[in-house]
Design a protein around this ligand. Sequence first.
Ligand code: AMP
Ligand code: MG
Length: 180
Amino acid sequence: MNYIILDLEATCWKDRSVQKQNEIIEIGAVKINESGESLSEFCEFIKPKLNPILSDFCKGLTTITQEEIDTADIYENVIERFKSWITLDEPYVLCSWGFYDKKQFQKDGELHNLNTEWLKNHISVKHQYAEIKNLSKPLGMGGALKKEKLTLEGTHHRGIDDARNIAKIFKAHIGKWSIQ
Ligand code: AMP
Ligand code: MG
């Protein structure tokens, strides 16, 4: 079994009442084996279909630049490379901090009329972490890192850095994650 620890960044606007569809602009992921060793990493930007110009808010939150998005590939191509990096014909489970990332993949898959069957093996590390630690409610990634006495490395809200930080929490509890 390989664990695919992933984190997405998406287009966003300061005013959450803005009626625009969020689209993935970065996939960051770390592949970990059953022993908790990192095998490889995936990091790609994606040019959004509906709103390819990032808001100032989004650039500020993620530190992703307009140039990185202008030169990025389209969703269909990046997702093909991501799926082949995962290696779908070997056992894997997608792991993210909460359910947002799976829902966002689902929405982008529908927008591009793509098969989303590959998303079905998924766990929320955030919710399982709360169970492992007997917390009354789930913590944010920053709070969980603090609890583990781990440092938040890199830039928070950059997909690859968030994925690496979630991977550290994941590795600290290897063997405790339950896969349905
Ligand atoms: P994260 O993994 O926490 O960096 O968040 C993933 C995505 O959720 C971001 O790329 C944004 O699209 C959205 N998001 C996160 N925090 C906010 C926020 N405070 N306001 C609006 N959108 C947000
Ligand atoms: Mg993130």
